[in-house]
Ligand binder design. Structure first.
Ligand SMILES: Nc1nc2c(ncn2[C@@H]2O[C@H](COP(=O)(O)OP(=O)(O)O)[C@@H](O)[C@H]2O)c(=O)[nH]1
Ligand SMILES: [Mg+2]
Length: 365
């Protein structure tokens, strides 16, 4: 006999304490006596969102809380929330009441008819609206929609929607392939499911955020690019390695800028310039990787300093490995260019592998 709820609503949260009671109240009104639960997946919000959720959970068994520590990421939060449930139907909705929760019963009914795998709340379908977005954000969103076309069928008007409901079988079919990068889980689901999804869209008006602040920032665009790349080439090259290498290449520019400054501006020795340039480039690489490549495991405060030390240590050894490999290739008479490339490749792989474990290793707090 089934006794768990039929519908699980997953709500990713970060600093949303002011919105919790209102959202639960509105779910109660919209879903009435249907069989449902709401699972908040909170990334250890400093404002104590998880505590607020637990206060509600203590008096209403339909409310649950998953608190993740030392982690960030909307998509991964949604996926882990879904995996923590048994319901036949799974919905995702934001906590800030921008999505229209009154669509949930219609979404559920559409899925129960049996012809649809996933129902999407759409801001771009006829009758939908993006609400009060500024021109820049509307432009960015349209560009992202266009980019998503490589992975999501063109008929989906709002592939960036964060509001949808799907059958559990969709999760089961895609769970092991999901990239879980960034904000856009719907794109991820479409691209990860082994066959085309049967979808339906319901239009709604994107409302203004009720309380708190948006966590969307310019890095979200980078995350989206990483998601697309992971889906397209992730099978062959880890997308984090790609990001790490791009950051490393920009670090070379920092190195030369500092070296030039020390040599020509400050008239110091080459060794002093090279040492300063190395340290600056490593610090730059560390800081940028921490924000972009390892955004989901970003280090802050004292952990940032510890992370910096381990990064510099690992990369110094990587530098020695680079030197060893390149001089060996050079000694074999292969010329300076292949020697340098060989050294850089070995150094990059070393730096990536070691800092992944040492600096941003899972479970470090
Ligand atoms: N668990 C978790 N939730 C997040 C994270 N970033 C954003 N959210 C939540 O995801 C939802 C959408 O985020 P929001 O900042 O409103 O994005 P916007 O609507 O695009 O401006 C909200 O409920 C946020 O609290 C995160 O890193 N982890
Ligand atoms: Mg929002």
């Amino acid at each position: 006999m089934r006794c768990g709820p039929e519908l699980s609503i997953i709500v990713p949260t970060f600093n949303e304490r002011e919105n919790i009671a209102e959202l639960i109240g509105r779910l109660v009104v919209s879903l009435g006596d249907r069989s449902w639960e709401v699972v908040f997946v909170d990334d250890d919000s400093p404002d104590g969102t998880a505590d607020v959720v637990r206060e509600h959970a203590a008096v209403d068994s339909r409310v649950r809380c998953v608190q993740r520590i030392g982690r960030r990421g909307l998509s991964s939060a949604c996926i882990e929330g879904m995996l923590a449930t048994t319901a036949r139907y799974l919905a995702v909705i934001d906590a800030d009441l921008q999505h229209d929760e009154r669509l949930l019963p219609q979404m559920l009914d559409a899925l129960k008819e049996g012809e649809t795998d996933i129902v999407i709340g759409s801001r771009y379908a006829p009758g939908g609206d993006i609400g009060d977005w500024n021109a820049r954000r509307a432009r960015m969103s349209r560009l992202a929609v266009r980019l998503s076309r490589v992975l999501v069928p063109a008929e989906v008007t709002d592939p960036m929607s964060g509001f949808f409901m799907m059958r559990r079988s969709v999760l089961e079919g895609s769970a092991h392939r999901l990239s879980a990068i960034g904000f856009k889980i719907l794109t991820d689901v479409f691209a990860s499911f082994p066959r085309p999804l049967r979808f339906k869209e319901l239009p709604y008006r994107f409302r203004v955020r009720r309380a708190g602040e948006s966590k969307l920032d310019s890095v979200t665009a980078w995350d989206y690019l990483m998601l697309l790349l992971d889906k397209l080439i992730g099978r062959w090259i880890p997308v984090r390695f790609l990001a790490f290498s791009i950051v490393g290449a920009t670090g070379v520019a920092v190195h030369f800028a500092v070296l030039t400054l020390v040599l020509q501006g400050l008239h110091r020795s080459f060794v002093a310039g090279q040492a300063a340039a190395l340290l600056c480039a490593m610090t730059f690489n560390y800081a940028v990787n921490n924000v972009l490549t390892y955004r989901d495991r970003r280090l802050t405060g004292i952990r940032w300093v510890r992370g910096w030390a381990s990064f510099v240590l690992a990369c110094s050894i990587g530098g020695i490995a680079n030197l060893g490999v390149s001089s060996t290739i050079y000694d074999f008479g292969r010329g300076w260019f292949p020697a340098a490339i060989g050294g850089i490749l070995v150094g990059a792989v070393w730096n990536y592998a070691v800092t992944m474990m040492l600096t941003w290793g899972r479970g470090r707090r």
